[in-house]
Design a protein around this ligand. Structure first.
Ligand SMILES: [Zn+2]
Length: 155
């Protein structure tokens, strides 16, 4: 098997914990929702889809920090209960192989390339983007909803 050249960067445990605390405290921009389907509530911390009945915190996350032209904040889910941060960082999470768009950013946090990962899967697109010297990092998002899923770095 080919050695991967990338590292998956799931949402940090600190941010997931802060979101759980904010939801607990009743912050107006943090909602607790119960998953009612198996494919609609992706947790950005463990990088798994919630199963129906699992409680999720929905909150806005600034995938690209403020004060930049490409600044962006959007809704993401994390499990409301503690979950284990995705740890197989040399493997693209198997549950998110479909319906993803891959974006490459430069060191100024500007989008320099974007592609929907279709038949060939996400890895070849990620590797192609990371082979460009100007790529600083890559984001994976939902192709249909646009929501941030994970970051990917060069190994
Ligand atoms: Zn989770």
């Amino acid at each position: 098997m080919k050695t991967s050249i990338f590292r998956i960067v799931p949402l940090s445990t600190e941010i997931a914990e802060a979101a759980r605390r904010a939801a607990e405290a009743g912050a107006s921009d943090h909602a607790v929702v119960t998953a009612d389907s198996a494919g609609g509530y992706p947790c950005r911390h463990c990088l798994r889809w919630a199963q129906p009945g699992e409680r999720m915190v929905l909150f806005p996350f600034a995938a690209i920090a403020p004060d930049r032209p490409y600044s962006e904040s959007g809704p993401i889910f994390v499990h409301a209960e503690q979950c284990e941060r995705y740890a197989i960082t040399h493997e693209f999470p198997s549950e998110f192989r479909k319906n993803r768009v891959i974006r490459a950013y430069n060191s100024q946090h500007e989008i320099i390339a974007a592609e929907v990962a279709n038949g060939e899967g996400p890895e070849p697109v990620i590797e192609r983007f990371l082979q460009k010297p100007e790529t600083a990092f890559v984001h994976v998002r939902s192709a249909s909803h646009g929501c941030y899923t994970m970051e990917v770095e060069r190994l």
